[in-house]
Design a protein around this ligand. Sequence first.
Ligand code: ASP
Length: 345
Amino acid sequence: MHMIEETSILIIYTGGTIGMIADNKTGALVPFNFENIDNHIPELGMFHYNLGFHCFEPILDSSNMNPAVWVELAQIIEKNYEIYDGFVVLHGSDTMAYTASAVSFLLENLNKPVIFTGSQLPLGVLRTDGRENLITAIEIAADKEDDTPIVPEVCIYFENRLMRANRTTKYNAENFNAFVSGNLPLIADVGIYIKYNKNIILKPNFKKLKVHKKMDTSVAVLKLFPGISENFVQSFLSISGLKAVILESFGTGNAPSESWFLNSLKNAINNGVIVLNVTQCMTGSVEHGKYETSIKLDEIGVISGRDITTEAALTKLMYLMGEGYDNHNIIQLLNQSLRGEVTLS
Ligand code: ASP
């Protein structure tokens, strides 16, 4: 008899609103025992998949996520990689874009779906968005064509939209539609059908998964604002051990052209600090040389981050520095797309 192998999906619960219910007595939101998730979503029983569960201990509000936990998550996927066809990661939405971007860099040669999701309202609340988010994330993680996963990437699924993880930002604290992918079209649009945008989905390379396990946190984000002072910029750039700065600039990558500002950055760069320029805008790209205020940045050795998000820039730098590359190699790799995180042309 020909046996049909069952698709298997591992659901990893890290914490966040999705796994909460209102306490009977106090009404406050408390985490429920994830082993009993079937009680909250009986529909899970309708899947003809083998669903495995892994619950973080302790579970974390995503504001408490950090690079050590990102590595732990990547290692859980590594340990289960051969056993499961796909992975669904339940995570608080607040820092989901950071964790999911980080995991995209930590998992090299990923050939299976890793779909992050969560919710704005807990599963234990009648109007929850968590039920639909979880059910569809499982379906996407299991979806195959010619025995190959349709989405062999790290993605975020939220409110009918599947997005490449390292292109996302949380932009709405209240709407179910909480994430934006400002510089890349959706990986899939979900209505009655799941419409995959196959032209932009990364192709599997069928190589062996390589999991990176180090992140170097000697990087900081400098958000520009009108009125920023010399004292502030110089104090920031003299943080001890600082190796890289993400400069969140205005519009297409513009910054003050005052000499104290440019000289402060130039000194830091000459002392070996990498400065990567990303835009504060949700959509669009840094274009060095479009305005005079960015030509100068180029001249002193600031690297253009093009259309990368702050979340992806931060986690990419932590990953590259964690790998121990020298500055020359890091700059070369910042100018490449490693996991589809930046548009090069
Ligand atoms: N504070 C929660 C978290 O990010 C919010 C959420 O789950 O969406 O963990």
